[in-house]
Design a protein around this ligand. Sequence first.
Ligand SMILES: *[C@@H]1O[C@H](CO)[C@@H](O)[C@H](O)[C@H]1NC(C)=O
Ligand SMILES: *[C@@H]1O[C@H](CO)[C@@H](O)[C@H](O)[C@H]1NC(C)=O
Ligand SMILES: *[C@@H]1O[C@H](CO)[C@@H](O)[C@H](O)[C@H]1NC(C)=O
Ligand SMILES: *[C@@H]1O[C@H](CO)[C@@H](O)[C@H](O)[C@H]1NC(C)=O
Length: 279
Amino acid sequence: MSFSKFLTASVLLAAAPQVVYGQAKTSVSGVAQTSLYWDCCKASCSWADHGFFVGNPINTCDINGTRLTNWNLGTGCSDGESFACQDQIPWAVNETFSYGFVGAFIDGYGERTWCCGCYEIEFTDGPVKGKKMVVQASNSNYDGNGNSQFNFGIPGGYDYSGACAKQFGPSEINTKDNDGVLRRDQCDLLPDTLKPGCQWRFDWFKDAQRPNITWKRTACPKALTDISGCIRSDEQQFITKAETNDTLATPSSAVPIVGSISAFYTFAFAAALSAIVAF
Ligand SMILES: *[C@@H]1O[C@H](CO)[C@@H](O)[C@H](O)[C@H]1NC(C)=O
Ligand SMILES: *[C@@H]1O[C@H](CO)[C@@H](O)[C@H](O)[C@H]1NC(C)=O
Ligand SMILES: *[C@@H]1O[C@H](CO)[C@@H](O)[C@H](O)[C@H]1NC(C)=O
Ligand SMILES: *[C@@H]1O[C@H](CO)[C@@H](O)[C@H](O)[C@H]1NC(C)=O
């Protein structure tokens, strides 16, 4: 085989993975848009059949904020008795790193792919550019509109008006409209349990307006699972693969809604590899 043919094969080999990242949908890394919400409703990942879990789904609480053990109760957003727990709020570890919970949507996948998964995210624009978080998907958010989207669970965020009024009684915030809190001092209108998460938005998060992010699945830290009570059944498999293989595998439970483009490029990659091995 000539040197030029070898070069061609090498270039193909080098180019193939880039094509995969550019076009294929993956459930382990990508870019996403963001927003924020706090609707007080039972989170979607608090239903046992909305994901694959080692034990319980995401902790859910009664109207007084006490953790429930019955995951079959309906959401407080309709006639049910199950509400979001008030400890699933964001907090800063230092100036550049925070933990939190999100309503996730990974384009091309369903919620069984992300419920209780943890993601390392980095902000790519806005006043928080360069800052990082590790978040756990506690909820699902289907208004992504063709993009992956992570909505931060921030008390006082949009959608505060409905079930929150039922849970905490009428206030200037939760009876007005769907805007929620607009200024830091309005966090004082929230119950004490929710104030720190609301203030985090104006302090660490700098009240960023829908900053974009890059994200990749990561091992769930105990700091988050101690609060959520939820671990995915593919967590250990994911960690093992991540430790031994730079090419993170899509979890076996991840079911793409659309046909996989990556299968084709994996084939092209393998073909290029065997062309070299065959010299
Ligand atoms: C919540 O607290 C109120 C006031 O203490 C009490 O009347 C009510 O029964 C409690 N609800 C639940 C579900 O524990
Ligand atoms: C902030 O905390 C994160 C997570 O513990 C750590 O990786 C990072 O080095 C810390 N940064 C600073 C500036 O202390
Ligand atoms: C995030 O990305 C979208 C789509 O590219 C863009 O329209 C928007 O301005 C970006 N947001 C920020 C805060 O830069
Ligand atoms: C790494 O993971 C990829 C994707 O699942 C797989 O195709 C490849 O064989 C793995 N490599 C090793 C050395 O395990």
